[in-house]
Design a binder for this molecule. Structure first.
Ligand code: TIU
Length: 224
């Protein structure tokens, strides 16, 4: 077992039953002209998560530990997009509309791809999801059960939307969840901080959080 100096207390896990889940590091959220910007957000905030997520990916790849990427997107005919989602609010472009990176949040369009810095490599799983949570209407739980996964390390965007929703879904399914603090970002810095606090409040009601350095140090006691 490996012990990470985490909050609200030590996070212990067996690397043989752990996996990294990188949530929605897609151009549509991280780059100008995509879904995130159409909602009125300043997407530059998310850049801060890119380099730490790259380093976290390398840590898992060096140790041949499983890596799973998720992408929020919809089928081109929008049959998996509830009207309530597409009609919500007053975005400059709606899901399925033509934008600077192809159709907004549509599977296969350039904007729905994962940014090159965090792109999957051969052997890594990619889960396409229509919702905010990565367990809703996907095969993620089956994939994790087949891998024998018990512990999930999380990164990605945005902290309080898809990352937190997925961590809560995972927690309810019995996975022990650790969020790496620098490897996640929100369009609202205060929401990121609040989410980190609410995850680890009440004795880890959703899970644990830790800086990347704490995980690096814990894993340095194992061989690559
Ligand atoms: N809008 C926002 O903060 N996030 C999303 O819509 N999706 C994800 O978090 N991936």
């Amino acid at each position: 077992m490996i012990t990470v100096d985490a909050n609200p207390f030590e996070y212990c896990f067996d690397p043989a039953s752990a996996a990294l889940v990188v949530i929605d590091m897609q151009r549509d959220f991280v780059e100008p002209g995509g879904f995130g910007e159409t909602l009125g957000n300043d997407v530059s905030h998310l850049q801060r998560a890119v380099d730490p997520t790259k380093r976290l990916l390398q840590l898992f790849r060096d140790r041949k530990m499983p890596v799973i990427h998720t992408r929020e997107n919809h089928l081109s005919d929008l049959s998996d997009c509830p009207l309530a989602k597409r009609a919500r609010g007053n975005p400059s472009l709606r899901i399925g509309d033509e934008g600077h990176m192809g159709r907004i949040l549509i599977r296969g369009e350039p904007g729905a791809e994962i940014i090159p810095e965090c792109a999957p490599i051969a052997g890594e799983l990619v889960i396409d999801k229509p919702g905010k949570g990565a367990f809703y209407d996907t095969g993620l739980d089956d994939v994790l059960q087949k891998l024998g996964t018990r512990s999930l390390v999380f990164a990605g965007v945005t902290t309080e939307v898809c990352v937190q929703t997925t961590m809560r879904e995972a927690n309810d399914r019995g996975y022990e969840c650790l969020l790496i603090e620098e490897a996640t970002e929100s369009y609202f810095p205060a929401f990121k901080e609040a989410t980190i606090e609410m995850i680890r409040a009440q004795g880890g009601i959703v899970g644990w959080t830790a800086p990347l350095k704490a995980l690096v140090e814990a894993l340095s006691t194992t061989s690559e």
